[in-house]
Design a binder for this molecule. Structure first.
Ligand SMILES: Nc1ncnc2c1ncn2[C@@H]1O[C@H](COP(=O)(O)OP(=O)(O)O[C@H]2O[C@H](CO)[C@@H](O)[C@H](O)[C@H]2O)[C@@H](O)[C@H]1O
Length: 592
């Protein structure tokens, strides 16, 4: 184990020299080395190659938007200019950019903060839908009517569609649709009435029939749009749970006349794909196994006797995004696609990465009412009042030590072995550790409960096993460092929120973490853009190399540490830029 002095001055273990090609700046929509075809922001013309026709069935492919070239005003050579001043003819100003038409966008989603949240997907739909609406678009969200919905967060809930009959097997299931506002967002909730009891359960996920539950929801959402006469410009779906929506659109609803909507699929995590059997075809009415058990449609790439819903979504959607350019590259070209690499290659012209934003109405220490003292980059000392409040709430010792925190689902993806090691390493290095997390897996929860009991007497450590959004705000505000040692991380919201709260991220260099956190000592970025500590190797030495430097810097160079905090707080990680990226994608596919 290296000492504080060593880690401050020498190249850390597990952190080789940076690769020759590094990802481009955070907000660059083109990942290096292989650019993803996110349309550029207005008003630049699109310079990407024309997308190929998707190899599998239509929807029709997007075609390249054409940008009118702006004529340069003619200039006379100087020698030919008349000596007598002539009346000045102002060159014609370029024509104003055409106003973007407002769009009708429907998100069909399994999660939405704060009414039905399991992980980051919920935050993304919450934040993106707000950003799109602020820009004048009409946005609606369709969700299942879970028994666990936070009704205290839904306003004016009322029934809007009484008798929605959704085809299912050889019959149909009777549903009721409710409408309500979730922090201003227009939401429809679909409640099926059947013995399957699809959503009237104690949690959102974790059931044997999850695939059937979400296939039903996807079908019900499309049936609702159709019966209600809604023809959105764009239907935006998320993860495997709603990946059948474009299949249903093409196979059922386009032939009925619903030809207008285009579909964007966002993949928040390739680890979960909805791999299932033939039953799903009969349940949803798709039938025809000979058509769908086809490598170009829904057949799983690894188990050809299984169907893969996420793959179907990739094949049938007009555009697919994932949540960072680096993860787009890793999934397609670095073996991180959990078997979907060939499918991504086939459809690469409609695949790209957009880094998530965070909702600054919710995650902002200047306005956050869930923390005792609000603060900004100009009044950063307010953070230390929150640190005291955090210690008080978790009964930690009040001393000069830094607090290292971890917040997240206790999932192997999050690097749980390294989290466990980090707890002991942090305590050994004279710092404090706070963990907030939970898992649907009893075995994992049990492990962390064991750890909690083992460390129960430590005045410098608190493990909170459970889901507690209020406490998470206090941790973001009160901790000094946020640890994200993930095995893989499509984007990661915890480091983005941490940056906003002046909590210095310590992360592994993967996925969206690599696109958003730049090492204090080893980044090639200018000093004012460096905002945290990064390690590469997924092992204890790698973790120590970054965490050790962070703790040492806090202790030995507090003024440097404070600069890192400020750099993070100054960077814009709101939905403003990604919101524009998504609008460009919507325009791109609508023009196809
Ligand atoms: N126990 C707990 N109590 C309170 N709050 C908790 C909590 N556990 C987690 N959270 C909160 O849930 C969110 C989790 O964000 P992540 O980016 O880690 O998402 P996750 O891995 O679930 O989702 C996937 O989707 C998101 C969104 O695209 C990607 O960023 C990510 O990489 C990908 O794995 C954060 O807001 C965090 O504060």
């Amino acid at each position: 184990m290296s000492t504080a002095a060593e880690t401050e001055t020498s190249a850390p273990a597990g952190y080789p020299a940076p690769p020759p090609t590094r990802p481009r700046p955070t907000r660059d929509p083109e990942p290096s080395p292989k650019p993803a075809p996110i349309p550029p922001r207005e008003p630049e013309p699109v310079s990407e190659p024309v997308p190929e026709k998707p190899s599998a069935p239509p929807p029709e492919p997007p075609s390249e938007p054409v940008a009118e070239p702006v004529a340069e005003p003619e200039r006379q050579p100087e020698s030919e200019q008349p000596s007598e001043p002539e009346p000045i003819h102002e060159p014609e100003p370029p024509p104003p950019a055409p106003a973007r038409p407002n769009l009708f966008i429907v998100h069909i989603t399994p999660e939405l903060a704060s009414v039905a949240k399991v992980g980051g997907l919920a935050d993304v739909v919450f934040g993106l839908s707000r950003e799109l609406a602020i820009r004048g678009n009409h946005v609606e969200i369709i969700l299942p009517m879970y028994a666990t919905l936070r009704h205290d967060q839904i306003f004016e809930m009322h029934e809007v569609y009484k008798d929605l009959w959704v085809p299912w097997y050889d019959g149909a299931i009777h549903c009721t649709v409710f409408f309500g506002f979730v922090h201003g967002r227009k939401c429809f909730f679909i409640e099926p009435h059947s013995q399957d009891n699809f959503f009237n359960r104690g949690s959102i996920y974790g059931f044997k029939d999850d695939v059937l539950r979400y296939a039903f929801f996807s079908r019900a959402a499309m049936e609702f749009l159709w019966k209600a006469g809604k023809h959105p410009d764009v239907i935006h779906v998320h993860d495997w749970q709603t990946a059948l929506v474009p299949v249903f659109l093409y196979e059922f609803y386009q032939p009925l006349g619903m030809t207008h909507p285009r579909v964007c699929l966002t993949i928040h995590n390739f680890a979960h794909q909805g791999v299932t059997g033939v039953e799903i075809l009969h349940a949803t009415g798709l039938h025809r196994p000979e058509r769908f058990f086809n490598q170009d449609r829904m057949a799983d790439n690894t188990h050809p006797k299984a169907l893969n819903l996420l793959k179907a979504g990739i094949v049938y959607s007009n555009f697919i995004t994932t949540v960072s350019p680096r993860y787009a590259f890793e999934t397609k070209d670095q073996g991180q696609g959990f078997g979907l690499e060939p499918t991504l290659h086939t459809h690469q012209m409609k695949y790209g990465g957009v880094v998530n934003g965070i909702d600054y109405d919710i995650w902002n220490p200047e306005v956050d009412h869930q923390i005792p003292v609000r603060y900004s980059v100009e009044s950063i000392d307010g953070k230390y009042d929150n640190k005291r409040a955090l210690r008080h709430r978790l009964m930690l010792a009040d001393n000069e030590k830094p607090i290292v925190a971890f917040i997240g689902r206790l999932d192997p993806q999050k690097g749980l072995d390294l989290v466990r090691h980090a707890i002991f390493y942090t305590l050994e290095r004279g710092a404090q550790f706070v963990l907030l997390g939970s898992s649907p897996d009893d075995r994992i929860n049990g492990d962390f409960w064991g750890l909690k009991r083992m460390l129960n007497d430590s005045p410098d450590c608190h493990l909170e096993i459970g889901f507690d959004e209020d406490l998470s705000h206090l941790i973001y505000a009160g901790a000094d460092m946020m640890l994200v040692p993930s095995r893989f991380e499509p984007c990661g919201l915890t480091q983005l929120i941490a940056l906003r709260y002046g909590t210095v991220p310590v992360v592994r260099e993967v996925g969206g973490l690599a696109d958003t956190v730049f090492d204090k000592d080893y980044s090639h970025r200018p000093l004012h853009e460096r905002n945290g500590y990064v390690f590469r190797d997924f092992d204890n030495a790698g973790l120590e190399s970054a965490l050790g430097r962070a703790i040492a810097c806090y202790r030995n160079h507090p003024e440097h540490f404070r600069e890192l905090m400020k750099n993070g707080m100054r960077t814009d990680y709101s939905w403003s830029t990604p919101g524009q990226d998504y609008l460009n994608i919507y325009d791109y596919i609508r023009e196809g």
